[in-house]
Design a protein around this ligand. Structure first.
Ligand SMILES: [Zn+2]
Length: 335
């Protein structure tokens, strides 16, 4: 078949010039596979869902690492120097990586800040861990699935612009991803509606639920981790304990990346359960597992959060979180 296709392609081409190597296979339209780099795993997964088998994709921030303080190893410079596209969250999340990407950018490559193209400055959220005085907004847009879908749209457009031969493939993947996000959004609404109204309050250690909470009508009553990643003061802890007790909040949440004795104290003193299994950046399972994905992360977090607040997460149970694309993934998730 390949020989026939090659012969047909040759037949339709103009007279070969003398300089043309006669042994070369005639590519229909020469297209190099794009080298794409992404930072944190949820973003790498979104890029993977859109680019699928048609891009070379390298994630940068290892899972289990604090993305806010992550410093890329010097060897990452060589990866960034080969990249055609670098997708970051931006909004000051990955400043050392952004700096290295700029310093090593190859001619014509683009560095795309997904967060900055998703919310306007007026929509920036400031809070305890990201105070307005510091000028850096809360960067955690991706826990809100509809903001994550905007990330996917930006990824689709950038891949399609640089690799128009595969634009239909990227668009089909985006459309399938958008359908999954619509299902996820509906399931979250059902799940949140099952949480008693007085329990729709979040106290987390790491402050990653601000945009999600806005979307689904929860109130972030606080985050414990100060902006400099130190521990909160005794007075701040006492105030939180008082607030949890007076509001009767059933559970407070932490994550594996940020183990916290303070959260244990807050829970013990207030009588709330301490659930330390939420994840901000780390995907469930291992690379290659279907649930090791952005969608898997969203479902897993909600399956932990909603029951702990007295709700029912069963609407999320049947959601397909596996890759939406056809073909074998090239994505590398550093562990
Ligand atoms: Zn974070």
């Amino acid at each position: 078949m390949a020989l026939v296709a090659a012969a047909l392609a040759c037949a339709s081409e103009p007279e070969p010039t003398a300089a043309r190597p006669t042994t070369a296979a005639p590519p229909a339209i020469p297209t190099g596979t794009l080298n794409v780099v992404a930072t944190v795993s949820p973003i790498t997964s979104i890029v993977e869902n859109i680019g699928g088998a048609r891009i070379n994709l390298q994630g940068l921030v290892p899972e289990g690492v604090n993305s806010h303080t992550f410093e890329p190893a010097p060897s990452v410079a060589a990866v960034l120097a080969e990249a055609d596209l670098v997708f970051l969250n931006g909004l000051f999340l990955e400043e050392p990586t952004l700096e290295m990407a700029r310093a090593n950018r190859k001619a014509g490559a683009a560095i795309v800040s997904l967060g900055a193209q998703t919310v306007t400055r007026e929509e920036w959220r400031f809070d305890f861990s990201f105070p307005e005085a510091g000028g850096h907004p809360n960067p955690h847009l991706w826990p809100d699935p509809l903001l994550a879908l905007r990330y996917a749209e930006i990824v689709r457009d950038n891949l399609s612009e640089r690799d128009p031969d595969n634009a239909d493939y990227y668009t089909a993947n985006y459309d399938r991803f958008a359908a999954r996000i619509a299902q996820l959004d509906a399931a979250i609404k059902t799940g949140v509606a099952s949480v008693p109204a007085e329990n729709r309050k979040l106290l987390t250690y790491h402050d990653s639920w601000a945009y999600f909470a806005d979307r689904y009508g929860l109130t972030v009553i606080g985050a414990v981790q100060p902006s400099d990643f130190s521990e909160p003061s005794a007075r701040e802890v006492a105030a939180l304990i008082k607030q949890i007790t007076s509001e009767g909040i059933p559970a407070v949440f932490g994550s594996a990346v940020f183990p916290s004795d303070v959260m244990q104290t807050i829970a013990a003193e207030s009588g709330a359960a301490y659930i330390d299994e939420l994840s901000d950046d780390d995907l469930p399972g291992a690379p290659g597992d279907p649930r090791h994905s952005y969608l898997g992360l969203a479902v897993s977090n909600l399956q932990i959060m909603l029951p702990a607040l007295g709700g029912d997460a069963s609407a999320l149970d049947g959601l397909d979180v596996s890759p939406v694309f056809e073909g074998a993934s090239t994505a590398i998730y550093p562990q």
